[in-house]
Design a protein around this ligand. Structure first.
Ligand code: FE2
Length: 255
């Protein structure tokens, strides 16, 4: 009996060892598809992003991964569903119960009390990012029509405009934005502002209706480009939707 017990013990131990040896292969086969599925499901739909209150984000006109390889999906997702949503929610909180609640976002910005930091930062953040998403596109576009004529008249060429805008973005110290605006004389003008300030606000160094805004905050590019802001700005022009910019130009000169 004792020998039989020892034999059975050895048999179970052997089977256990065989089973353990076999496990890693099974784990690899089973877990790989699950990991892949998990990666895909990490990207939620931008349509589910809603601010709590009157002031809302623009609907993202494409999926989170549409701007790759120029801007990666994770950056777009975090930028839109966390940063941009945060500005909208904080603006709604800041204006709750005040006269500003009944104004449009543009009215809040043009009549801004610059000492009201909560409204300044968050109304700016909401407006700037609305513009940013609207003027990007996975489709390749080119400047045309009245906008192209005006760029050539005011800058000499599209390349010269891009060079000026790129320099404005690269030289902006710390977080901020580079802008192309239509100023009060109907002229195109390049400039930059710190933080979430923008050219609709009073006394920020550049004034007019923004038609291009380049977000040069690190959250816009750091995952892909780390500290290489100029490379991100170069990529930005590959996905700039010139048709959307032309539409904004027409609206600005017809205001
Ligand atoms: Fe941003």
């Amino acid at each position: 009996m004792r020998n039989k017990g020892i034999f059975l013990g050895l048999l179970f131990a052997g089977l256990s060892l065989y089973s353990c040896k076999d496990q890693p292969e099974n784990i690899v086969e089973v877990t790989l598809p699950e990991e892949q599925q998990e990666q895909k499901s990490e990207l939620a739909s931008p349509d589910s992003v809603k601010a709590d209150g009157k002031f809302q984000l623009v609907k993202l006109p494409y999926t989170y991964d549409a701007l790759e390889p120029y801007i990666d999906a994770k950056t777009v997702e975090i930028h839109y569903s966390k940063h941009h949503l945060g500005y909208a929610n904080n603006l709604n909180k800041a204006v709750a119960g005040t006269d500003l609640e009944s104004k449009t976002l543009e009215e809040v910005l043009t009549g801004l009390d610059m000492e009201n930091k909560a409204v300044r930062n968050n109304a700016g953040g909401l407006y700037n990012h609305n513009l940013y998403w609207e003027i990007l596109s996975p489709e390749k576009t080119q400047p045309s029509g009245a906008l192209l004529e005006k760029i050539n008249a005011d800058f000499g060429s599209v390349d010269a405009l891009i060079a000026q805008l790129s320099e404005a973005g690269a030289k902006q110290f710390g977080s901020g934005w580079a802008w192309l605006v239509v100023n009060k004389d109907g002229k195109l003008q390049v400039g930059s502002t710190p933080n979430q300030d923008n050219p609709l606000m009073p006394n920020v160094g550049i004034s007019g209706t923004p038609i291009i805004g380049i977000d040069v905050w690190e959250h816009a590019y750091y995952l892909n480009y780390q500290n290489q802001r100029p490379k991100y700005i170069e990529a930005f022009f590959n996905i700039l939707n010139w048709d959307a910019v032309a539409k904004k130009y027409e609206e600005a000169i017809n205001k």
